[in-house]
Design a protein around this ligand. Structure first.
Ligand SMILES: NC(=O)c1ccc[n+]([C@@H]2O[C@H](COP(=O)([O-])OP(=O)(O)OC[C@H]3O[C@@H](n4cnc5c(N)ncnc54)[C@H](O)[C@@H]3O)[C@@H](O)[C@H]2O)c1
Length: 432
């Protein structure tokens, strides 16, 4: 089928490349001219394992094209996926401007029946809003469906091609059938619901996962007080089938381009609907507090923050991505520089992205040991597997007294680190 994907970010590019891989003729459209120029030259603008190969293969096969003009490519397509950003507004609501702009452009240029697929994460009611925007300029037949995306950055290609479920929210049989045809090559569980339910499934899923993280972080904080080890507690809990082991990893809180904004957006949706979503408010509060715990621990162990050299390992919001949006690491660095600390940092993939959003005062290194040399405290802020494999004996020698090691992702063995001589602090690893 001839398909357009509007927006070539983490979701749009993966969706476009994978839809081509499963047999469709795809054109990826973006207003970012530089991005499209780079893509046309075979350069992938983001770090996402495996994506480059799929893009190159599909481009070579002539099944994946790129364009900066939706208008120019619209006519041939049967389905138009909207995969543009829906960032968080200051008031916590989802900013729908990018979606609305695309809807307007579709309305102005559409000439026959098409299915417009909302893949961006949007509040309940957005499908209806997109319908109304298109109908302002086009009085013919069309459908708007919701097809939320659940891929995780870092394993996005696999998640798209082998999803736990494909959610199709359609209010007409014609649109539902076309969506089922698109996804027919993917032999995974498909659930067809109304547009509104599909929109809510996405928010409810992310809110639930964020709740699990905030829950285990609260358990970790109690573990620190009573002397239990949250890693053992999470293992014991996770073996219960009703609970499961995933998203029970204590740390410095969730981040990224999805959880914080989606949890806030759902909280706002509840609020504007007159509903007080108490649990979700607590999830948000716990997450903010969890990031600040690192600052408290540093203040306690270094006596003061001002002028102290502190190294932060990790900038990405999680491992295997270069995405620094709402990253706990970046937030912690900002707070520490605000308090006058001297920050050095290293990340295997995310340094360039971080440089774009930080206001100086931070030294970036290409080598972790160089970043650590001379610091009084080391904070592990992202769970990159390579941080587990560093030579901690060497690191002990590179750090200045009091040689604090804050393991914000519980990557290391506390006993081993204490034996090496570090002032080691994990998250919920027993009495401090
Ligand atoms: N990143 C994730 O892991 C993830 C997972 C699931 C769902 N989502 C959701 O998917 C959506 C997209 O997220 P993302 O991370 O890919 O965003 P992104 O910011 O990485 O990419 C958005 C892209 O859209 C382009 N764009 C903006 N306006 C446009 C327009 N008018 N025409 C053409 N292109 C335009 C931008 O230039 C950018 O390249 C969001 O709603 C997000 O919540 C993201």
């Amino acid at each position: 089928m001839n398909i357009i994907v509007v927006g070539t970010g983490y979701v749009g590019l993966v969706a476009g490349a994978c839809l081509a891989k499963i047999g469709h003729q795809v054109t990826c459209v973006d207003i970012d001219k530089k991005k499209i120029a780079r893509l046309k030259q075979g350069q992938i603008p983001i770090y996402e394992p495996g994506l480059s190969d799929v893009v190159k293969e599909e481009v070579a096969a002539g099944k994946l094209l790129f364009s900066t003009s939706l208008k120019d490519v619209l006519a041939k397509a049967k389905a138009i996926f909207i995969a543009v950003g829906t960032p968080m507004r200051r008031d916590g609501k989802a900013d729908l401007q990018q979606v609305e702009t695309v809807a307007k452009e579709i309305g102005k240029n559409i000439k026959d029946y098409k299915v417009i697929v909302n893949k961006s994460t949007v509040p309940v009611g957005t499908g209806q809003e997109v319908t109304e925007i298109i109908a302002q300029d086009y009085q013919g037949d069309f459908d708007v469906v919701s097809n939320p995306e659940f891929l995780r950055e870092g394993c996005a290609v696999k998640d798209f091609l082998e999803p736990d479920r494909i959610v199709i929210g359609a209010n007409s049989n014609r649109a539902r059938d076309l969506m089922l045809e698109i996804y027919e090559p993917l032999d995974f569980k498909k659930i067809t619901v109304s547009v509104e339910s599909a929109e809510m499934i996405k928010y409810a899923s992310n809110a639930f996962l964020a709740t699990k993280i905030s829950f285990i972080n609260e358990i970790a904080n109690i573990c620190d007080i009573v002397g239990a080890d949250v890693e053992d507690v999470a293992r014991g809990m996770g073996l219960d089938n009703r609970i499961g082991p995933k998203f029970l990893k204590a740390g410095i809180g969730y981040g990224g381009s999805c959880f914080p904004k989606d949890v806030n957006a759902l909280n706002q949706i509840a609020g504007t609907s007159g509903y007080d979503f108490k649990l979700l408010k607590a999830v948000i509060e716990v997450n903010i507090k969890q990031r600040l715990l690192v600052i408290d621990k540093l203040e306690e162990l270094l006596d003061k923050i001002k002028d102290e050299p502190i190294c932060i390992l990790g900038l990405a919001f999680k491992a295997n991505t270069d995405d620094v949006r709402e990253s706990a690491a970046v937030d912690i660095i900002r707070t520490l520089t605000g308090l006058g600390a001297s920050i050095s940092t290293y990340d295997p993939e995310a340094a360039e992205q971080a440089k774009n959003i930080m206001n100086g005062g931070v030294k970036f290194f290409d080598d972790p040991y160089e970043a650590i040399k001379g610091a009084k405290a080391l904070v592990i802020a992202t769970e990159w597997p390579e941080f587990e494999k560093l030579d901690y004996k060497k690191i002990f020698g590179l750090l200045e007294d009091p040689k604090v090691l804050i393991d914000g992702r519980n990557l290391l063995d506390p006993d081993e680190m204490r034996k090496l001589g570090f002032k080691y602090v994990g998250v919920g690893r027993g009495k401090l």
